[in-house]
Design a protein around this ligand. Structure first.
Ligand code: NAD
Length: 293
């Protein structure tokens, strides 16, 4: 089992040490602003965790909570203020946004240098074209770091199948694995014979949002399985709802060489990578060398 919690803790300690150095040597305290629109309980929990871990790493944390009725113009104005604020080095607008707001327009308004989620078209394009200055999305970066550890730093020539083609996970994951010289297949809802395609993979990354879809007979013995999915299910006879991934963990764990659990796998790594992106962004903005970059 790949212990995402422990890997994330190690990364957060590295981030904390780098923040202490930046404060001591350059009087630079990286700052992260998180914008939350509306009252979705899952988003509120993510934002709380992000804020807590930002502070624990010695960074400045700002939370901006806006009512679900906020207008697009008001939200854009806040993003503009954060773009201009020298104390804020990273801006994250928690998705999804209410339907009356154009998500892409909001993401395009964030200064790409402060776009620690890596969703601005400048960063998306930079990742695709190999620009080292691009900030990459946190969830796929977290997955990549765990894969690199599993394969002792060498992913070259590995067959990787990514299930899901979203802008947040699937597509950037493909770019990151291509950069590592893996052979990448992106599967999605229209893919034919998904089990057969997965059976050829050394690496399977599942980012679908369908509880326990990936079964043990889809997995080549010894393959590394990264489960990005977060699904809340209510089983018959069980009182409480349970979190499960996109992979049927109990059966796949018997076949896979390594597998991330849900919870405790990809989730904690996502936040740790967000903190790292913020420190990297802060250093670049003030022209200081970053040991995490
Ligand atoms: P999304 O809904 O944007 O994309 C899902 C993708 O799955 C789509 O590209 C679709 O084509 C594909 N898909 C749907 N049904 C399929 C099927 N039957 N077979 C093959 N492919 C199919 O979702 P997303 O934002 O990429 O998130 C995916 C999952 O990852 C969700 O459960 C989400 O909650 C979770 N997630 C977790 C983290 C984390 O930090 N752990 C971060 C982001 C997303």
């Amino acid at each position: 089992m790949i212990d995402g919690k422990a890997t994330a803790l190690r990364l957060r300690l590295q981030v904390g040490a780098e923040v202490s150095r930046l404060v001591a040597e350059h009087n630079l305290q990286p700052g992260l602003a998180v914008v939350l629109v509306g009252e979705d309980p899952a988003s509120e929990l993510y934002v709380r965790n992000k804020g807590r871990q930002t502070v624990e790493a010695g960074m400045l944390s700002r939370e901006h909570k806006l009512a679900a009725t906020v207008t697009e113009e008001q939200l854009l104005m806040l993003v503009g203020q954060l773009n201009d604020d020298p104390m804020v080095h990273g801006i994250l607008v928690q998705l999804p946004l209410p339907e009356h707001i154009d998500e892409q327009r909001v993401l395009r308004t964030i200064n790409p240098a402060k776009d620690v989620d890596g969703f601005h078209p400048v960063n998306v394009g930079g990742l695709a074209t190999g620009d080292p200055a691009a900030l990459a999305p946190c969830t796929p970066v977290g997955c990549l770091l765990m894969l690199i550890e599993q394969f002792d730093g060498d992913l070259s020539g590995k067959n990787a199948v990514i299930i899901g083609r979203s802008n947040i996970v699937g597509k950037p994951m493909a770019q990151l694995l291509l950069k590592e010289s893996s052979t990448v297949t992106i599967a999605h809802s229209r893919t034919r014979d998904l089990p057969g395609i997965c059976r050829g993979a050394d690496i399977v990354v599942a980012a679908v949002g369908r509880p326990e879809m990936v079964r043990s007979d889809w997995i080549k013995p010894g393959a590394v399985v990264i489960d990005v999915g977060i699904n809340r299910i209510q089983r018959e006879g069980e009182e409480k709802a349970k979190l499960v991934g996109d992979v049927a963990f109990d059966e796949v764990v018997k076949v896979a060489g390594a597998i991330t659990p849900v919870p405790g796998g990809v989730g904690p790594m996502t936040i740790a990578c967000l903190l790292r992106n913020t420190v990297v962004a802060a250093c670049r903005q003030v022209g200081v060398v970053c040991e995490l970059d």
